[in-house]
Design a protein around this ligand. Structure first.
Ligand code: BG6
Ligand code: BG6
Ligand code: GLC
Ligand code: GLC
Length: 924
């Protein structure tokens, strides 16, 4: 005792200014800017850890995705009940968003009642706690005369760390602050609440959203200030949330838009990251808490612990004789005797010293005036450290946001709540000052959440409610698209009927055009050929060399401008000639007069392998004076007009046929070619005897002698075909032009009202050229009904410019169109695209099933194993098309094993192969 007195005497004489001795004693708590920057960097690293899928499980800072993506858009309305549990007060509220006023004009009304939560419930059983919550809710309904019979939507602010598989689920990770309730960890808090509501009875409650207080605070403040993208609580506990880009949040699917992340920064330091900043007092606070080793940062910062930290410092100083002449009272030894409110009172500007004296006296201490000054300084250092640490954390969050958005500066608002921030006299000023010092190039505005978190939680619920009702209506619209088994069977049988009819006579909806290709390649093809390819996305010129079952290709792609596609025939073919000329120049082959295969992907009535009359344009081509003309002649004439080079055009080929040939070169089982691209079509090897509309001369190999006959000659043609069926020529590839199915309205019973706006035809329901338009019709309808783009229809007066891309790049298309929808808008747009394109895949699958089953039956096989060569952007680039197509074929043609082989080099190689076969035979 004597020693203590001596130390005390020594210090009091040596130190005139009592604050100095405290400064020295609490040196470790007085953080300098470089230390704060260091802490900030550590916190940034922790945030990264928490967000990454590899490290999140072990991360101390949990970085929990909240499922909150939409901020209020002003269309929300209705009445919500709200619960606010986890702060210093438990509250039940009614939040009214008045329809006639609207959220943004201040139309939110709050009524609230605070209910006490007995201490024993905070450390008791989960069902007891939630029974209390639910009974309080019932009492509130009763008191406010709210009918218990009606269904009431409810928003739940639950300020403990939860994982959110959805907005209305919260799986509790752990309790903290003054709660340690048994039987809820890892479980859904909303479920526990619902069960309690059922136990209480006589209430119909629908929990729409469960959010953390930081999130609710951000929403509350964000409502008045659109720049508010951070929520901060410095109350009983401490925490922050912010809007992050979805692409950084591994745990949530999708990479577009943003989501609010609840950092749960209270756990910072739980893995030792702050050990060098932790003092013996922090360790003591932690050891005596309900959750030792956890929430280390929170224990250095939040209201639940600041008073206790001050008490422990004073106790230690007194024991060392640095205060109260070494006198220690029992009260000073007792946990909880100094509260955070005391700390705030001691720091008050004018009455601080008097408050300090009163508080100390109340603790049965007899402080000298110097003691009071010293104790006040202890409070200042402890609370200043708290605001400094918060500033370091915020600096990390704001730096992250700035970096994510690639900005040099940042204008942002932080919504704040919590008793420490609200009631401590200097806290907010100090915090603002340090943040601005640490982030000189950011303009940070702090907004206090005056009305607590419930307004924000109700807004989240309102958004959820809007989305739920929107969802239901969108789902209803989209449910029109997926085809049921029965409908697919119908498509399959209509397709089969169409195929059979088209084989018999001309003028059918499915044209079944003979291609005069009798064989798939056998690997003996040799030589150098030119291939031209018109009718897909681009025009391609290609040089192909075949040598010992190998091929080498050189090609160049040319675009066809819209004005050429829709100008005169002469202009179109002159343009092709110009592209070919450029290609030959490029290859140094202008003088060669190469044998050429011409892929011309439009319906052509062929009367021989090197001639075909264009039946009609498709896919947006409208060049005049072409329909009814021979495509090969038109090209030859254009080449003649140009008079710079010559070609030996030996084959006119549809792209389906070219694709089949190209794939058959790799796989001899390939007897079908399919295109799912700008257009939609299929060809296959048909038994010659079944092609009843073709008359053949005498089975010679001179293809030019084979002629198509009108229906009047059908019988004669049949006879001729019968006599012509030789081992060498038993099949011919038929270009089905299946896109015409439905021209006679036979698909009317499977289509949606959206399709009727476009046209009901197989091609229009299945090809990239038209799917965009169907999508547009759906979007237009949803927008008119207020379910998209806030109902602003004006953006839709023009069609999507590049329809087929709409399936793949929704977001950028929307942006190109000036449609800056919310993240939810683009999700809906994607879903619409998905529904429309999946149906397209189903339809193609049903059509394909008809074809493969026909081949199987014609060959009298129990099982058919066959390969389909396939090309086109829809098949190759769409994420789900091929999968749905394959699955549909599997189900609709169970006796066929169909392999899909994507054509690697386009149909040009196939056209060259056909040219090779023709040349070879002419040479024989
Ligand atoms: C209140 C909010 O205003 O602040 C609560 O409505 C929140 O949701 C609380 O938890 C935080 O502060 P404290 O000091 O009450 O913990
Ligand atoms: C190409 C073929 O690869 O695919 C063309 O070479 C075909 O002949 C095209 O027309 C189809 O796909 P898209 O998506 O370009 O219409
Ligand atoms: C605790 C909780 C957190 C909450 C904070 C403030 O840190 O874990 O969810 O936001 O307290 O109330
Ligand atoms: C259109 C054409 C057809 C072509 C298909 C794919 O349907 O009419 O000939 O095969 O598009 O490009």
């Amino acid at each position: 005792m004597l020693a203590v007195h001596l130390v005390s005497f020594f210090f009091s004489k040596l130190q005139e200014d009592p604050t100095k001795k405290v400064d020295r004693f609490l040196h470790a708590m007085r953080l300098q800017d470089d230390q704060l920057t260091d802490i900030s960097k550590r916190f940034m690293a922790e945030m990264k850890k928490g967000l990454s899928i590899e490290s999140t499980a072990a991360a101390a800072v949990k970085m929990l995705p909240t499922q909150v993506r939409s901020t209020p858009d002003g269309s929300e309305k209705g009445q919500f009940l709200a619960l606010d549990l986890g702060g210093s007060k438990f509250k039940v509220l009614r939040v009214k968003v008045r329809e006639d006023v609207g959220i943004r004009k201040g139309g939110v009304e709050l009524e609230e009642k605070t209910y006490p939560i007995p201490k024993e419930l905070q450390v008791g059983r989960a069902d007891e706690l939630f029974d209390h919550v639910s009974e309080s809710l019932k009492d509130f309904l009763h008191e406010k005369n709210i009918s218990p019979k009606k269904k009431h939507p409810l928003a739940f602010t639950f300020s403990f760390p939860c994982e959110h598989p959805s907005l209305d689920q919260g799986l509790l990770l752990n309790w903290c602050k003054n709660y340690r309730v048994r039987g809820l960890q890892g479980k859904d808090v909303v479920k526990a609440l619902k069960q309690a509501v059922n136990r209480t009875g006589d209430m119909d409650i629908e929990v729409l959203a469960i959010v953390d207080d930081t999130v609710a605070t951000m929403m509350t403040c964000g409502f008045d200030d659109q720049c508010c993208e951070v929520g901060l609580i410095i109350g009983t506990g401490t925490n922050a949330c912010y809007m992050d880009e979805l692409r950084h949040i591994d745990l949530v699917e999708g990479d577009e838009g943003r989501m609010c992340v609840n950092t749960e920064w209270g756990g910072f330091g739980d893995d030792g990251a702050l050990d060098d900043f932790i003092t013996e007092f922090d360790r003591e606070v932690d050891a005596a808490s309900l959750n030792p080793g956890k929430q280390i940062f929170e224990k250095m910062v939040s209201g639940m612990y600041l008073g206790e930290l001050v008490r422990l410092v004073l106790l230690k100083m007194a024991k060392l004789g640095l205060l109260f002449d070494g006198h220690v009272s029992d009260a000073l030894r007792t946990k909880g005797k100094i509260t955070t409110a005391d700390v705030a009172a001691m720091e008050e500007y004018r009455s601080g010293l008097k408050n300090t004296k009163d508080i100390l006296t109340h603790l049965h201490l007899s402080p000298s005036p110097e003691d009071c000054i010293a104790v006040q300084q202890v409070s200042t250092i402890v609370s200043f450290r708290s605001s400094n640490l918060v500033a370091a954390g915020l600096t990390a969050i704001l730096t992250r946001i700035r970096q994510n958005r690639n900005l040099r500066g940042l204008r942002i608002t932080v919504g704040v709540d919590g008793t420490v921030y609200k009631t401590h006299p200097q806290y907010s000023k100090r915090l603002h000052k340090v943040v601005r010092r640490l982030l000189p190039d950011c303009q940070v505005r702090f907004v206090l959440s005056e009305s607590g978190s419930s307004k924000g939680a109700a807004l989240v619920a309102a958004v959820a409610q809007r989305l739920t009702s929107q969802r239901r209506k969108v789902d209803e619209a989209l449910s029109l698209f997926p085809l049921k088994q029965q409908q697919l069977q119908l498509v399959r049988s209509r397709m089969r009927e169409g195929l059979e009819a088209g084989l018999k006579s001309r003028g059918c909806t499915i044209k079944m055009l003979p291609s005069f290709v009798y064989h798939t390649p056998d690997g003996t093809e040799r030589g150098k050929y030119l291939a031209l390819d018109l009718g897909g996305t681009n025009f391609r010129a290609m040089l192909v060399r075949f040598k010992r079952q190998k091929s080498r290709l050189y090609h160049k792609i040319y675009t066809i401008p819209l004005e050429i596609m829709q100008g005169t025939g002469e202009e179109l073919f002159d343009h092709l000639a110009q592209c070919v000329c450029d290609f030959l120049d490029y290859m140094g082959l202008k003088k060669a007069r190469l044998p050429t295969g011409f892929t011309f992907s439009f319906p052509c009535e062929q009367s021989g392998i090197d001639t075909g009359t264009l039946v009609s344009w498709t896919k947006g081509f409208k060049a005049t004076d072409c329909v009814g003309q021979d495509a090969v002649s038109m090209l030859r004439e254009a080449i003649k007009r140009r008079n710079e080079f010559d070609l030996d055009i030996v084959a006119l080929v549809n792209d389906t046929v070219g694709t089949m040939m190209s794939c058959a070169y790799e796989d001899p089982q390939c007897e079908i070619g399919m295109i799912a691209g700008t257009g939609s079509n299929l060809c296959y090897m048909e038994e010659l005897k079944n092609i009843k509309k073709i008359k053949q001369s005498n089975g010679t190999t001179n293809t030019n002698k084979e002629k198509l006959e009108g229906e009047e000659d059908e019988n004669a043609a049949m006879e001729a075909v019968k006599s012509d069926v030789t081992a060498e020529k038993s099949k011919m590839c038929i270009n089905t032009e299946w896109g015409g199915l439905g021209d006679d309205r036979c698909l009317d019973d499977i289509v949606t009202p959206y399709d009727t706006e476009v046209d009901i035809q197989f091609e229009k329901l299945t090809s990239g050229m038209y799917l965009g338009e169907i999508v547009r019709q759906v979007l237009l309808d949803l927008t008119r009904r207020g379910l998209l783009f806030k109902g602003h229809v004006c953006c839709f007066v023009f069609p999507l410019p590049s329809d087929r891309l709409a399936l793949l790049q929704v977001r950028s298309i929307l942006q190109q169109l000036g449609l800056h929808g919310t993240c939810d808008d683009s999700i809906i747009v994607k879903e619409v695209c998905g529904a429309v394109s999946c149906r397209a895949a189903q339809l193609c699958g049903a059509g394909m099933a008809a074809v493969v089953d026909k081949i199987r039956e014609d060959r009298r096989l129990d099982r058919l194993s066959i390969t389909v060569g396939v090309d086109g952007a829809l098949y190759k680039l769409h994420p789900h098309f091929s999968q749905v197509l394959k699955e549909t074929v599997r189900v609709m043609a169970p006796q066929c094993d169909v392999t899909f082989l994507p054509s690697e080099e386009g149909s040009g190689k196939g056209a060259a192969l056909i040219a090779a076969v023709v040349r070879h035979r002419q040479e024989i």
